[in-house]
Design a protein. Structure first.
Length: 496
Protein backbone atom coordinates (compact mmCIF):
# COMPACT_ATOMS: atom_id res chain seq x y z
CA UNK A 1 0.00 0.00 0.00
CA UNK A 2 2.83 2.33 0.91
CA UNK A 3 4.25 1.92 -2.60
CA UNK A 4 0.92 2.68 -4.18
CA UNK A 5 0.71 5.96 -2.31
CA UNK A 6 4.06 7.10 -3.60
CA UNK A 7 2.79 6.78 -7.18
CA UNK A 8 -0.24 9.03 -6.59
CA UNK A 9 -0.31 12.52 -8.13
CA UNK A 10 0.41 15.39 -5.73
CA UNK A 11 -3.24 16.27 -5.38
CA UNK A 12 -6.52 14.68 -6.30
CA UNK A 13 -9.14 16.31 -8.50
CA UNK A 14 -8.94 17.92 -11.93
CA UNK A 15 -6.23 19.92 -13.64
CA UNK A 16 -5.70 23.18 -11.73
CA UNK A 17 -7.43 26.22 -13.24
CA UNK A 18 -4.22 28.12 -13.97
CA UNK A 19 -2.74 25.14 -15.75
CA UNK A 20 -5.98 24.63 -17.69
CA UNK A 21 -5.89 28.25 -18.83
CA UNK A 22 -2.21 28.13 -19.79
CA UNK A 23 -2.52 25.01 -21.90
CA UNK A 24 -5.97 25.93 -23.14
CA UNK A 25 -4.64 29.17 -24.63
CA UNK A 26 -1.61 27.33 -25.99
CA UNK A 27 -3.78 24.70 -27.61
CA UNK A 28 -5.99 27.33 -29.25
CA UNK A 29 -2.81 28.98 -30.59
CA UNK A 30 -1.66 25.55 -31.79
CA UNK A 31 -4.94 24.99 -33.66
CA UNK A 32 -4.86 28.48 -35.19
CA UNK A 33 -1.33 27.86 -36.49
CA UNK A 34 -2.32 24.43 -37.73
CA UNK A 35 -4.93 26.04 -39.94
CA UNK A 36 -2.61 28.87 -41.03
CA UNK A 37 0.10 26.42 -42.11
CA UNK A 38 -2.04 23.50 -43.19
CA UNK A 39 -1.08 23.84 -46.86
CA UNK A 40 2.54 23.08 -45.93
CA UNK A 41 1.51 19.65 -44.66
CA UNK A 42 1.06 16.63 -46.95
CA UNK A 43 -2.66 15.97 -47.24
CA UNK A 44 -2.04 12.21 -46.96
CA UNK A 45 0.54 11.11 -44.39
CA UNK A 46 3.62 9.28 -45.62
CA UNK A 47 3.40 6.41 -43.16
CA UNK A 48 3.16 2.66 -43.36
CA UNK A 49 0.74 0.53 -41.31
CA UNK A 50 2.04 0.27 -37.75
CA UNK A 51 4.40 3.30 -37.97
CA UNK A 52 2.43 5.33 -35.43
CA UNK A 53 1.71 2.45 -33.11
CA UNK A 54 5.36 1.50 -32.76
CA UNK A 55 6.21 5.03 -31.61
CA UNK A 56 3.69 4.86 -28.77
CA UNK A 57 4.33 3.11 -25.45
CA UNK A 58 2.67 -0.26 -25.08
CA UNK A 59 1.66 0.40 -21.49
CA UNK A 60 -0.17 3.33 -19.94
CA UNK A 61 1.91 5.72 -17.79
CA UNK A 62 1.84 4.97 -14.08
CA UNK A 63 2.79 8.51 -13.16
CA UNK A 64 1.33 11.82 -14.37
CA UNK A 65 2.92 13.25 -17.47
CA UNK A 66 3.37 16.93 -18.22
CA UNK A 67 1.02 18.55 -20.72
CA UNK A 68 4.04 19.88 -22.65
CA UNK A 69 5.16 16.31 -23.23
CA UNK A 70 1.68 15.30 -24.42
CA UNK A 71 1.55 18.19 -26.91
CA UNK A 72 5.05 17.46 -28.13
CA UNK A 73 3.98 13.87 -28.85
CA UNK A 74 1.02 15.23 -30.79
CA UNK A 75 3.50 17.19 -32.92
CA UNK A 76 6.02 14.41 -33.34
CA UNK A 77 3.96 11.23 -33.43
CA UNK A 78 0.31 12.02 -34.11
CA UNK A 79 0.48 14.82 -36.71
CA UNK A 80 2.76 12.83 -39.06
CA UNK A 81 0.07 10.13 -39.18
CA UNK A 82 -2.94 12.39 -39.60
CA UNK A 83 -4.80 12.53 -42.91
CA UNK A 84 -5.70 16.21 -43.07
CA UNK A 85 -9.40 16.34 -43.78
CA UNK A 86 -9.20 20.09 -43.22
CA UNK A 87 -6.59 20.49 -45.98
CA UNK A 88 -7.91 22.47 -48.97
CA UNK A 89 -6.48 19.76 -51.25
CA UNK A 90 -8.46 16.96 -49.61
CA UNK A 91 -10.84 16.25 -52.49
CA UNK A 92 -11.39 12.54 -51.83
CA UNK A 93 -14.62 10.81 -50.71
CA UNK A 94 -17.04 13.45 -49.44
CA UNK A 95 -14.74 15.80 -47.64
CA UNK A 96 -15.98 17.02 -44.30
CA UNK A 97 -14.16 19.97 -42.75
CA UNK A 98 -14.46 21.61 -39.41
CA UNK A 99 -14.72 25.35 -38.90
CA UNK A 100 -13.72 27.80 -36.16
CA UNK A 101 -17.18 28.17 -34.63
CA UNK A 102 -17.73 24.42 -34.80
CA UNK A 103 -14.44 23.70 -33.02
CA UNK A 104 -15.13 26.23 -30.28
CA UNK A 105 -18.60 24.78 -29.77
CA UNK A 106 -17.09 21.30 -29.40
CA UNK A 107 -14.83 22.67 -26.68
CA UNK A 108 -17.81 24.06 -24.84
CA UNK A 109 -19.79 20.88 -25.35
CA UNK A 110 -16.97 18.87 -23.76
CA UNK A 111 -16.81 21.39 -20.92
CA UNK A 112 -20.54 21.10 -20.16
CA UNK A 113 -20.42 17.36 -20.79
CA UNK A 114 -24.18 17.12 -20.52
CA UNK A 115 -26.06 13.95 -21.23
CA UNK A 116 -29.26 14.86 -23.03
CA UNK A 117 -31.05 11.57 -22.50
CA UNK A 118 -33.92 13.30 -20.70
CA UNK A 119 -35.16 16.87 -20.77
CA UNK A 120 -34.37 17.05 -17.06
CA UNK A 121 -30.78 15.87 -17.48
CA UNK A 122 -30.11 19.14 -19.31
CA UNK A 123 -33.07 21.20 -20.53
CA UNK A 124 -30.84 23.37 -22.74
CA UNK A 125 -29.39 20.32 -24.47
CA UNK A 126 -32.85 19.09 -25.44
CA UNK A 127 -34.37 22.47 -26.23
CA UNK A 128 -31.45 23.81 -28.28
CA UNK A 129 -31.62 20.60 -30.30
CA UNK A 130 -35.34 21.10 -30.91
CA UNK A 131 -34.68 24.67 -32.09
CA UNK A 132 -31.62 24.06 -34.31
CA UNK A 133 -33.17 21.02 -35.95
CA UNK A 134 -36.19 23.15 -36.79
CA UNK A 135 -33.93 25.95 -38.11
CA UNK A 136 -32.37 23.41 -40.45
CA UNK A 137 -35.83 22.24 -41.51
CA UNK A 138 -36.66 25.80 -42.49
CA UNK A 139 -33.31 26.27 -44.24
CA UNK A 140 -33.99 23.16 -46.30
CA UNK A 141 -37.59 24.31 -46.99
CA UNK A 142 -39.03 21.11 -45.55
CA UNK A 143 -42.66 20.96 -44.37
CA UNK A 144 -43.51 21.83 -40.77
CA UNK A 145 -44.69 18.26 -40.29
CA UNK A 146 -41.06 17.06 -40.39
CA UNK A 147 -39.94 16.37 -36.81
CA UNK A 148 -36.18 16.08 -36.43
CA UNK A 149 -33.54 14.70 -34.12
CA UNK A 150 -29.74 14.61 -34.11
CA UNK A 151 -27.86 11.32 -34.27
CA UNK A 152 -24.18 10.75 -34.83
CA UNK A 153 -23.99 9.52 -38.43
CA UNK A 154 -26.13 8.99 -41.51
CA UNK A 155 -25.72 5.24 -41.06
CA UNK A 156 -27.45 5.46 -37.69
CA UNK A 157 -30.08 7.90 -39.01
CA UNK A 158 -30.98 5.56 -41.87
CA UNK A 159 -31.07 2.61 -39.49
CA UNK A 160 -33.67 4.50 -37.43
CA UNK A 161 -35.64 5.26 -40.61
CA UNK A 162 -35.69 1.59 -41.53
CA UNK A 163 -36.60 0.66 -37.94
CA UNK A 164 -39.58 3.04 -38.07
CA UNK A 165 -40.61 1.54 -41.41
CA UNK A 166 -40.43 -1.93 -39.86
CA UNK A 167 -42.51 -0.76 -36.90
CA UNK A 168 -45.23 0.28 -39.37
CA UNK A 169 -45.63 -3.32 -40.56
CA UNK A 170 -49.01 -3.94 -39.00
CA UNK A 171 -49.31 -7.73 -39.02
CA UNK A 172 -46.33 -8.47 -36.80
CA UNK A 173 -44.73 -6.70 -33.83
CA UNK A 174 -40.99 -6.84 -34.35
CA UNK A 175 -40.53 -4.87 -31.17
CA UNK A 176 -42.47 -7.33 -29.07
CA UNK A 177 -41.82 -10.67 -30.69
CA UNK A 178 -38.44 -10.08 -32.28
CA UNK A 179 -36.93 -12.45 -34.75
CA UNK A 180 -36.52 -15.43 -32.48
CA UNK A 181 -39.53 -17.34 -33.62
CA UNK A 182 -42.26 -15.55 -31.65
CA UNK A 183 -44.70 -15.92 -34.53
CA UNK A 184 -44.91 -16.06 -38.30
CA UNK A 185 -42.33 -13.48 -39.25
CA UNK A 186 -43.02 -11.64 -42.52
CA UNK A 187 -40.26 -11.84 -45.12
CA UNK A 188 -39.52 -8.13 -45.27
CA UNK A 189 -38.18 -6.54 -48.43
CA UNK A 190 -36.53 -3.12 -48.71
CA UNK A 191 -35.75 -1.44 -52.04
CA UNK A 192 -32.85 0.87 -52.86
CA UNK A 193 -30.97 1.63 -56.04
CA UNK A 194 -27.81 -0.19 -57.04
CA UNK A 195 -26.01 3.02 -56.10
CA UNK A 196 -27.45 3.38 -52.58
CA UNK A 197 -24.91 3.69 -49.77
CA UNK A 198 -23.74 0.55 -47.99
CA UNK A 199 -25.20 1.90 -44.73
CA UNK A 200 -28.66 0.91 -45.98
CA UNK A 201 -27.64 -2.73 -46.15
CA UNK A 202 -25.91 -2.44 -42.80
CA UNK A 203 -29.15 -1.10 -41.29
CA UNK A 204 -30.97 -4.04 -42.83
CA UNK A 205 -28.41 -6.45 -41.34
CA UNK A 206 -28.86 -4.93 -37.89
CA UNK A 207 -32.65 -4.98 -38.04
CA UNK A 208 -32.88 -8.61 -39.08
CA UNK A 209 -33.97 -7.84 -42.62
CA UNK A 210 -30.70 -9.20 -43.89
CA UNK A 211 -28.83 -8.55 -47.09
CA UNK A 212 -31.24 -10.84 -48.96
CA UNK A 213 -34.08 -8.60 -47.77
CA UNK A 214 -32.59 -5.67 -49.69
CA UNK A 215 -33.46 -5.64 -53.36
CA UNK A 216 -31.26 -3.43 -55.51
CA UNK A 217 -33.15 -1.60 -58.23
CA UNK A 218 -31.30 -0.94 -61.50
CA UNK A 219 -30.33 2.60 -62.47
CA UNK A 220 -30.54 4.46 -65.77
CA UNK A 221 -27.56 5.85 -67.67
CA UNK A 222 -27.40 8.77 -65.23
CA UNK A 223 -27.26 6.36 -62.27
CA UNK A 224 -30.77 7.21 -61.04
CA UNK A 225 -33.17 4.53 -59.85
CA UNK A 226 -35.59 3.47 -62.60
CA UNK A 227 -39.10 3.81 -61.10
CA UNK A 228 -40.66 1.25 -63.46
CA UNK A 229 -38.12 -1.34 -62.30
CA UNK A 230 -39.06 -0.53 -58.71
CA UNK A 231 -42.77 -1.05 -59.46
CA UNK A 232 -42.06 -4.33 -61.23
CA UNK A 233 -39.88 -5.58 -58.38
CA UNK A 234 -42.56 -4.84 -55.78
CA UNK A 235 -45.25 -6.65 -57.78
CA UNK A 236 -42.98 -9.62 -58.41
CA UNK A 237 -41.96 -9.81 -54.75
CA UNK A 238 -45.53 -9.70 -53.46
CA UNK A 239 -46.36 -12.61 -55.76
CA UNK A 240 -43.50 -14.66 -54.42
CA UNK A 241 -44.28 -14.14 -50.74
CA UNK A 242 -42.13 -11.17 -49.79
CA UNK A 243 -43.55 -8.35 -47.69
CA UNK A 244 -42.36 -5.05 -49.23
CA UNK A 245 -42.17 -2.38 -46.50
CA UNK A 246 -39.65 0.35 -47.34
CA UNK A 247 -38.00 2.17 -50.23
CA UNK A 248 -34.81 4.18 -49.85
CA UNK A 249 -34.23 6.93 -52.42
CA UNK A 250 -30.89 8.73 -52.53
CA UNK A 251 -30.37 12.41 -53.25
CA UNK A 252 -26.67 12.56 -54.04
CA UNK A 253 -25.37 9.01 -54.26
CA UNK A 254 -21.91 8.28 -52.94
CA UNK A 255 -20.21 7.32 -56.20
CA UNK A 256 -21.60 9.91 -58.59
CA UNK A 257 -24.00 12.18 -56.60
CA UNK A 258 -26.90 11.09 -58.82
CA UNK A 259 -30.38 12.05 -57.69
CA UNK A 260 -33.07 9.38 -57.63
CA UNK A 261 -36.47 10.53 -59.01
CA UNK A 262 -38.02 11.01 -55.58
CA UNK A 263 -41.35 12.33 -56.90
CA UNK A 264 -42.00 9.22 -58.96
CA UNK A 265 -40.72 6.95 -56.20
CA UNK A 266 -43.08 8.72 -53.76
CA UNK A 267 -46.01 7.96 -56.11
CA UNK A 268 -45.11 4.28 -56.02
CA UNK A 269 -44.70 4.28 -52.23
CA UNK A 270 -48.07 5.96 -51.82
CA UNK A 271 -49.77 3.44 -54.10
CA UNK A 272 -48.05 0.44 -52.52
CA UNK A 273 -48.26 1.81 -48.97
CA UNK A 274 -44.53 1.63 -48.40
CA UNK A 275 -42.34 3.79 -46.17
CA UNK A 276 -40.15 6.20 -48.12
CA UNK A 277 -36.80 7.05 -46.59
CA UNK A 278 -34.57 9.57 -48.38
CA UNK A 279 -30.81 9.47 -47.93
CA UNK A 280 -29.51 12.96 -48.68
CA UNK A 281 -26.56 12.59 -46.30
CA UNK A 282 -24.04 14.54 -48.34
CA UNK A 283 -25.82 16.61 -50.95
CA UNK A 284 -29.04 17.44 -49.08
CA UNK A 285 -27.62 20.61 -47.51
CA UNK A 286 -27.52 22.24 -50.94
CA UNK A 287 -31.34 22.31 -50.98
CA UNK A 288 -30.89 25.62 -49.13
CA UNK A 289 -29.51 27.22 -52.33
CA UNK A 290 -32.35 28.72 -54.36
CA UNK A 291 -31.23 27.25 -57.70
CA UNK A 292 -30.70 23.82 -56.11
CA UNK A 293 -34.11 23.51 -54.44
CA UNK A 294 -35.18 21.14 -57.19
CA UNK A 295 -33.05 18.38 -55.64
CA UNK A 296 -35.71 18.03 -52.92
CA UNK A 297 -38.66 17.73 -55.32
CA UNK A 298 -40.82 15.02 -53.79
CA UNK A 299 -38.82 14.86 -50.54
CA UNK A 300 -41.69 16.61 -48.77
CA UNK A 301 -43.62 13.37 -49.33
CA UNK A 302 -40.98 11.19 -47.69
CA UNK A 303 -41.64 9.50 -44.36
CA UNK A 304 -38.08 10.04 -43.20
CA UNK A 305 -34.95 11.81 -44.37
CA UNK A 306 -31.29 12.10 -43.44
CA UNK A 307 -29.03 15.11 -44.06
CA UNK A 308 -25.55 15.39 -42.52
CA UNK A 309 -24.30 18.86 -41.56
CA UNK A 310 -21.02 17.16 -40.66
CA UNK A 311 -20.39 16.34 -44.31
CA UNK A 312 -20.83 19.60 -46.20
CA UNK A 313 -21.81 22.26 -43.70
CA UNK A 314 -18.57 22.78 -41.79
CA UNK A 315 -19.88 21.23 -38.58
CA UNK A 316 -17.20 18.97 -37.03
CA UNK A 317 -17.87 15.24 -37.18
CA UNK A 318 -20.27 13.96 -35.95
CA UNK A 319 -23.73 15.40 -36.53
CA UNK A 320 -26.45 13.83 -38.63
CA UNK A 321 -30.00 15.16 -38.88
CA UNK A 322 -32.86 12.73 -39.08
CA UNK A 323 -36.35 13.94 -39.96
CA UNK A 324 -39.51 11.89 -39.70
CA UNK A 325 -43.13 12.76 -40.35
CA UNK A 326 -44.45 10.38 -37.71
CA UNK A 327 -42.17 10.64 -34.67
CA UNK A 328 -44.71 8.57 -32.74
CA UNK A 329 -43.77 5.54 -34.84
CA UNK A 330 -40.13 5.99 -33.85
CA UNK A 331 -41.17 6.39 -30.22
CA UNK A 332 -43.33 3.29 -30.44
CA UNK A 333 -40.35 1.37 -31.79
CA UNK A 334 -37.83 2.50 -29.19
CA UNK A 335 -39.34 4.00 -26.07
CA UNK A 336 -38.66 1.91 -22.98
CA UNK A 337 -38.60 3.80 -19.69
CA UNK A 338 -37.30 2.01 -16.62
CA UNK A 339 -38.19 3.35 -13.18
CA UNK A 340 -34.85 5.06 -12.68
CA UNK A 341 -35.36 7.20 -15.79
CA UNK A 342 -38.88 8.43 -14.97
CA UNK A 343 -39.25 12.15 -14.26
CA UNK A 344 -42.06 14.41 -13.08
CA UNK A 345 -42.00 16.22 -16.46
CA UNK A 346 -42.41 13.13 -18.62
CA UNK A 347 -45.88 14.12 -19.80
CA UNK A 348 -44.98 17.67 -20.73
CA UNK A 349 -41.55 17.36 -22.40
CA UNK A 350 -39.76 15.42 -25.12
CA UNK A 351 -37.17 13.06 -23.71
CA UNK A 352 -34.90 12.38 -26.68
CA UNK A 353 -33.85 8.95 -25.40
CA UNK A 354 -37.36 7.84 -26.44
CA UNK A 355 -36.58 8.32 -30.12
CA UNK A 356 -33.72 5.96 -30.71
CA UNK A 357 -31.48 3.19 -29.55
CA UNK A 358 -29.00 5.23 -27.53
CA UNK A 359 -29.64 6.50 -24.04
CA UNK A 360 -26.87 9.02 -23.53
CA UNK A 361 -26.53 11.84 -26.04
CA UNK A 362 -23.85 14.46 -26.54
CA UNK A 363 -24.62 18.18 -26.75
CA UNK A 364 -24.23 18.19 -30.54
CA UNK A 365 -26.76 20.95 -31.17
CA UNK A 366 -24.30 23.45 -29.76
CA UNK A 367 -21.95 23.16 -32.75
CA UNK A 368 -24.83 23.35 -35.22
CA UNK A 369 -26.10 26.47 -33.45
CA UNK A 370 -22.66 28.11 -33.44
CA UNK A 371 -22.06 27.35 -37.13
CA UNK A 372 -25.47 28.58 -38.30
CA UNK A 373 -25.23 31.76 -36.22
CA UNK A 374 -21.62 32.56 -37.04
CA UNK A 375 -21.88 32.15 -40.82
CA UNK A 376 -25.59 32.92 -41.11
CA UNK A 377 -27.79 31.11 -43.59
CA UNK A 378 -26.45 33.40 -46.33
CA UNK A 379 -22.83 32.66 -45.46
CA UNK A 380 -23.41 28.92 -45.56
CA UNK A 381 -25.40 29.13 -48.79
CA UNK A 382 -22.73 31.23 -50.49
CA UNK A 383 -19.99 28.79 -49.54
CA UNK A 384 -21.96 25.82 -50.87
CA UNK A 385 -22.76 27.72 -54.05
CA UNK A 386 -19.06 28.50 -54.56
CA UNK A 387 -18.14 24.83 -54.14
CA UNK A 388 -20.65 23.90 -56.81
CA UNK A 389 -19.27 26.61 -59.11
CA UNK A 390 -15.72 25.31 -58.67
CA UNK A 391 -16.84 21.71 -59.16
CA UNK A 392 -18.57 22.70 -62.40
CA UNK A 393 -15.41 24.46 -63.59
CA UNK A 394 -13.44 21.28 -63.05
CA UNK A 395 -16.09 19.23 -64.87
CA UNK A 396 -15.75 21.65 -67.80
CA UNK A 397 -11.95 21.24 -67.89
CA UNK A 398 -12.34 17.46 -68.00
CA UNK A 399 -14.93 17.73 -70.78
CA UNK A 400 -12.67 19.91 -72.90
CA UNK A 401 -9.53 17.82 -72.55
CA UNK A 402 -8.92 15.16 -75.18
CA UNK A 403 -7.08 12.85 -72.76
CA UNK A 404 -9.85 12.68 -70.17
CA UNK A 405 -13.47 11.71 -70.14
CA UNK A 406 -16.24 12.38 -67.67
CA UNK A 407 -17.94 9.24 -66.43
CA UNK A 408 -21.13 10.66 -64.87
CA UNK A 409 -23.22 13.82 -64.73
CA UNK A 410 -22.05 16.19 -62.00
CA UNK A 411 -25.10 17.88 -60.45
CA UNK A 412 -23.13 19.14 -57.42
CA UNK A 413 -19.37 19.51 -56.97
CA UNK A 414 -18.24 15.90 -57.32
CA UNK A 415 -16.74 14.91 -60.65
CA UNK A 416 -16.13 11.34 -61.79
CA UNK A 417 -13.54 11.13 -64.55
CA UNK A 418 -11.00 8.90 -66.17
CA UNK A 419 -7.90 9.26 -68.26
CA UNK A 420 -8.55 8.12 -71.79
CA UNK A 421 -5.61 9.25 -73.89
CA UNK A 422 -6.67 10.13 -77.38
CA UNK A 423 -3.31 9.00 -78.72
CA UNK A 424 -3.63 5.40 -77.52
CA UNK A 425 -6.08 2.91 -78.80
CA UNK A 426 -5.22 0.36 -76.25
CA UNK A 427 -7.91 0.38 -73.52
CA UNK A 428 -8.06 -3.38 -73.70
CA UNK A 429 -4.30 -4.09 -73.89
CA UNK A 430 -3.15 -6.02 -70.78
CA UNK A 431 -0.51 -4.48 -68.49
CA UNK A 432 0.63 -6.38 -65.40
CA UNK A 433 -2.44 -8.59 -65.69
CA UNK A 434 -4.83 -5.61 -65.87
CA UNK A 435 -6.52 -4.02 -68.89
CA UNK A 436 -4.46 -0.95 -69.85
CA UNK A 437 -7.26 1.57 -69.18
CA UNK A 438 -7.71 0.22 -65.65
CA UNK A 439 -3.99 0.05 -65.01
CA UNK A 440 -3.45 3.59 -66.24
CA UNK A 441 -6.16 5.10 -64.04
CA UNK A 442 -5.15 3.11 -60.97
CA UNK A 443 -1.55 4.29 -61.49
CA UNK A 444 -2.70 7.84 -62.05
CA UNK A 445 -4.57 7.89 -58.73
CA UNK A 446 -1.71 6.27 -56.87
CA UNK A 447 0.92 8.66 -58.26
CA UNK A 448 -1.23 11.73 -57.54
CA UNK A 449 -1.87 10.68 -53.96
CA UNK A 450 1.79 9.78 -53.41
CA UNK A 451 2.77 13.40 -54.01
CA UNK A 452 1.02 14.38 -50.77
CA UNK A 453 -0.19 17.48 -52.61
CA UNK A 454 -3.67 16.22 -53.41
CA UNK A 455 -5.93 13.48 -52.18
CA UNK A 456 -8.46 11.99 -54.58
CA UNK A 457 -10.45 8.77 -54.23
CA UNK A 458 -11.98 6.38 -56.72
CA UNK A 459 -15.06 4.38 -57.50
CA UNK A 460 -16.14 1.89 -60.14
CA UNK A 461 -18.74 2.88 -62.68
CA UNK A 462 -20.05 0.32 -65.14
CA UNK A 463 -17.12 -1.87 -64.16
CA UNK A 464 -14.51 0.81 -64.87
CA UNK A 465 -12.05 2.32 -62.41
CA UNK A 466 -12.92 6.00 -62.10
CA UNK A 467 -11.25 8.89 -60.25
CA UNK A 468 -13.42 11.15 -58.13
CA UNK A 469 -12.75 14.78 -57.26
CA UNK A 470 -15.10 16.32 -54.74
CA UNK A 471 -15.16 19.92 -53.52
CA UNK A 472 -16.82 20.51 -50.17
CA UNK A 473 -14.09 21.77 -47.84
CA UNK A 474 -14.42 25.22 -46.31
CA UNK A 475 -10.78 26.04 -47.18
CA UNK A 476 -10.92 24.83 -50.79
CA UNK A 477 -10.79 27.66 -53.34
CA UNK A 478 -10.68 27.79 -57.12
CA UNK A 479 -6.86 28.04 -57.04
CA UNK A 480 -6.63 24.69 -55.23
CA UNK A 481 -8.74 22.95 -57.84
CA UNK A 482 -6.68 24.61 -60.61
CA UNK A 483 -3.51 23.26 -58.98
CA UNK A 484 -5.18 19.86 -58.67
CA UNK A 485 -6.03 19.92 -62.37
CA UNK A 486 -2.44 20.83 -63.30
CA UNK A 487 -1.11 18.02 -61.13
CA UNK A 488 -3.53 15.51 -62.66
CA UNK A 489 -2.48 16.49 -66.21
CA UNK A 490 1.23 16.49 -65.33
CA UNK A 491 1.01 13.08 -63.69
CA UNK A 492 -0.79 11.61 -66.69
CA UNK A 493 1.87 13.02 -69.00
CA UNK A 494 4.61 11.41 -66.92
CA UNK A 495 2.79 8.08 -66.96
CA UNK A 496 2.36 8.15 -70.71
N1 LIG B 1 -25.29 8.01 -47.24
C1 LIG B 1 -24.57 8.54 -48.23
C2 LIG B 1 -25.24 8.94 -49.52
C3 LIG B 1 -23.19 8.72 -48.07
O1 LIG B 1 -22.47 9.22 -49.07
C4 LIG B 1 -22.59 8.33 -46.85
C5 LIG B 1 -21.14 8.49 -46.65
O2 LIG B 1 -20.43 9.05 -47.44
C6 LIG B 1 -23.40 7.79 -45.84
C7 LIG B 1 -24.74 7.63 -46.08
C8 LIG B 1 -22.81 7.35 -44.52
O3 LIG B 1 -22.47 8.47 -43.76
P1 LIG B 1 -22.01 8.37 -42.25
O4 LIG B 1 -20.53 8.26 -42.28
O5 LIG B 1 -22.48 9.66 -41.62
O6 LIG B 1 -22.65 7.19 -41.63
Amino acid sequence: MGDEKSTMPNSLGDMPTEEFKKYGYELIDWIAEYFTDIEKLPVLPKVKPGDIKTKLPKNPPELPEGFDKIISDVDNIIVPGVTHWNHPNFMAYFNSTSSGPGILAELLSAAFNTNGMLWKTSPSTTELERVTVDWMRQMLALPESFWGIIYDTASISSMHGIAAAREQVGEYSFRQMGLSGGGKIPKLRLYASEHAHSSIEKGAILLGIGIDGVRKIPVDNEFKMIPEKLSDAIIEDRKSGWRPFCVVATVGTTSTTSIDPVEEIADICEKEKLWLHVDAAHSGVTAMISEMKYIFNGVERADSLVVNPHKWMFVPVDLSLFYIRKPDVLKKAFSLVPEYLKTAEDNSVENLMDYGIQLGRRFRALKLWFVIRYFGVNGITERLREHIRIGQLFAGWIDEHQNFERMAPAPFSTVCFRAHPASTNSESMIVQGTPYGEWLNEQLLQKINETGKLFLSHTKINGKFVLRLSVSGIRTEERHVKDAWNLIQRTLKELL
